[in-house]
Design a protein around this ligand. Structure first.
Ligand code: ZN
Ligand code: ZN
Length: 324
């Protein structure tokens, strides 16, 4: 009896601790391929395309996380349009008959919250959480600006998308207890934006990192004016210090520590390279080719061709550090 229990226990342990392998996660090629990747019994991830919004993908470009609690579903990031969110809701309905009870928007960028309205249409009592700074910014002119950008880039393919803003403010440090799932909210200050939250699912030893971690994508290249490179490096280091084995980035594949570690290598190399040429007296526009050569290991990352814009923002931040 005892003998037969040992291999069973061993197998159980293996199942629990084996992390999802990033190379097994496929990034879809279109909205029609939107599917749920099963991470654990309770957690699923929709992996978005490595793309910018266009008429074909209708803003399907960021990852969404799904946590099945005993009473309902928690959705982390609602996607970049009503069309994307409707597809996610359809997949959730195929998985469970429980309602979506909470949505978390990890930050202010449109690809992470423009789907809110479609989720609320399907589940009217859903609570929508975000960092209070994200709510403040969206209550200004930014919500409409994001909708306008997505309408323009998709040639109107996201028509029907309405700006429904998060209405439950977070500041970081909260623990939200859902039946069967303990969610811890982390905010480390200005990083990818000034409004990022990372959501840790304690029982699953899993972190939804939002765009603090982007994999296979030249980090923050889409909206470089929002990010603080030193803050984002610190935020990834913080994420790596959490009791977590599985990391779900805002863009790119889910996996173990190699995912945040690679994102960190990119940012450190970028900072180091720009700083080096700054110290040699170069202007930002003069150093582009050299920085690109220093970062050649990441040349196949999406957005790498926009490195010039990223360099000028990093350059300004290094200049500001210098005069502090
Ligand atoms: Zn994003
Ligand atoms: Zn973002």
């Amino acid at each position: 009896m005892r003998l037969s229990l040992i291999p069973a226990a061993g197998l159980w342990l293996l199942l629990v601790i084996t992390p999802i392998r990033a190379h097994e996660v496929r990034i879809p090629g279109g909205l029609g391929e939107l599917s749920l990747a099963r991470i654990s019994d309770r957690v699923y991830v929709v992996h978005g395309m490595q793309a910018l919004p266009d008429a074909g993908n209708k803003g399907f470009m960021s990852n969404s996380g799904i946590v099945l609690t005993d009473e309902g579903v928690v959705l982390v990031d609602s996607g970049g349009s009503a069309q994307v969110a409707q597809a996610i809701v359809a997949r959730i309905r195929a998985l469970t008959d429980k309602p979506v009870t909470a949505v978390f928007n990890t930050h202010v960028h449109g690809d992470h919250w423009l789907g809110n309205a479609a989720v609320r249409d399907a589940f009217p009592s859903v609570r929508i959480y975000a960092h209070e700074r994200a709510i403040e910014r969206l209550q200004g002119s930014e919500a409409q600006q994001w909708l306008d950008i997505f309408m323009r880039m998709t040639g109107g393919a996201v028509t029907g998308t309405k700006p429904v803003l998060p209405d439950h403010g977070l500041e970081g440090g909260e623990t939200l207890q859902f039946p069967g799932a303990t969610l811890r909210v982390h905010h480390t200050g200005h990083a990818h934006t000034d409004s990022d939250v990372m959501i840790e699912v304690a029982e699953e030893r899993l972190l939804f990192a939002g765009d603090i971690i982007e994999h296979g994508r030249a980090v923050s290249s889409d909206v470089p004016q929002d990010f603080d490179i030193a803050g984002q490096i610190a935020a990834i280091e913080y994420a790596l210090s959490l009791p977590v084995d599985t990391f779900v980035p805002g863009h790119g594949v889910t996996g173990a520590r190699e995912i945040p570690e690679e994102a960190l290598r990119f940012l450190r190399a970028l900072h180091h390279s720009v700083k080096r040429y700054y110290d040699e007296g170069m202007q930002d526009y003069e150093m582009r080719d050299r920085v690109a050569a220093d970062l050649s290991a990441f040349a196949d990352w999406f957005g790498f061709d926009q490195l010039g814009r990223l360099i000028s923002f990093v350059f300004q931040q290094i200049e500001a550090e210098d005069f502090r």
